[in-house]
Design a protein around this ligand. Structure first.
Ligand code: G1P
Length: 298
């Protein structure tokens, strides 16, 4: 590609019921659960902003209005913090402020899978390439993952999916790539399969929740073909572009936390707390001490 293609839009599929985090998610959207003191969705938004995204499309569902409120302006709260001279809290609040008109919502009326969720945003996406971020996958890195991908996309175009090696027994939880040429972090994808059995998986190179996609993927999703788990899979629609606009895998630099699982969420909490200058020392002491306390439930 000779000229830069700007990726302006990112889709955040946030319609899931978050049943793995019940009872907390009975009334709180999973994406608002805090990783230290910032909701999961904030990490995803910050990563998108760092990649130059300025249109944010959320695919929501019933029970997610708290998410829309979180993303709204909070003038009353800001005024109170200003009056009380709480400058650093005010700065935190300002950092989360989305410019007016930069957020848009599509509803996924029924839970028919990730591919269906992205398809629900088709009118907001239009016909330009777009990013997809799954907020459950939190990725820490010196350069935010989506920014790395937007830069790599300038050389490969087509469709780009974030990828990492996973343990062979875990391939059944991911979209798995079959690849040919490798060029640094980029590899050419020759096959993709959603949640294969470890016996038939083409590799252990898994897709993680960052994508830059050609709008042609939406046409495949429109066919509403049902795939693994009886759901409309994004993986299948991307795979249909192999040999057309093309698909690449991108081995990003950084550490990925699976915040869709309790253990992954806890691991991320420890890692992000230890990375915070204001918490690090106290928290390290807590962790050292924790080896000697009885677990809370005992
Ligand atoms: C989704 C995708 C899968 C991908 C995974 C990454 O699966 O369908 O291809 O590997 O995210 O987290 P889910 O975790 O929603 O089952």
């Amino acid at each position: 590609m000779s000229r830069q293609t700007r990726i302006k839009k990112a889709v955040f599929p946030v319609a899931g019921m978050g049943t793995r985090f019940l009872p907390a998610t009975k009334s709180i959207p999973k994406e608002l659960l805090p990783l230290v003191d910032r909701p999961l969705i904030q990490y995803a938004i910050d990563e998108a902003r760092a990649a130059g995204i300025d249109e944010f499309i959320f695919v929501t569902a019933r029970g997610k209005t708290a998410l829309e409120d979180y993303l709204d302006h909070a003038p009353h709260l800001a005024e109170t913090l200003r009056r009380d001279n709480k400058t650093s809290l005010l700065a935190e609040l300002e950092n989360t402020r989305m410019p007016s008109g930069s957020t848009a919502y599509a509803r996924q009326g029924e839970p028919r899978g990730l591919g269906h969720a992205v398809w629900c945003a088709r009118h907001l996406i239009g016909d330009e390439p777009f990013a997809v971020i799954l907020p459950d996958d939190v990725i820490a890195g010196a350069v935010p993952c989506l920014k790395q991908m937007v830069d790599a996309y300038q050389t490969c175009g087509g469709n780009l999916v974030a990828a990492m090696e996973v343990a062979p027994e875990e391939v059944g939880s991911y979209g798995i790539l079959e690849t040919t040429h490798r060029n640094g972090p980029l590899c050419t994808v020759s096959g993709m399969v959603e949640k294969p059995s470890p016996k038939t998986a083409p590799s252990n190179l898994a897709v993680v929740g960052r994508y830059i996609l050609d709008a042609a993927v939406l046409n495949h999703l429109a066919r509403k073909q049902v795939g693994a788990g009886g759901e409309i899979q994004l993986t299948d629609a991307i795979a249909a572009e192999i040999g057309k606009s093309g698909v690449h895998g991108f081995r990003f630099a950084g550490q990925r936390f699976d915040c869709g699982s309790k253990a992954g969420f806890l691991r991320a909490t420890v890692a992000y707390a230890l990375a915070r200058p204001d918490l690090r020392d106290d928290f390290r002491q807590c962790l050292d001490g924790a080896m000697h306390v009885r677990v809370a439930a005992e």
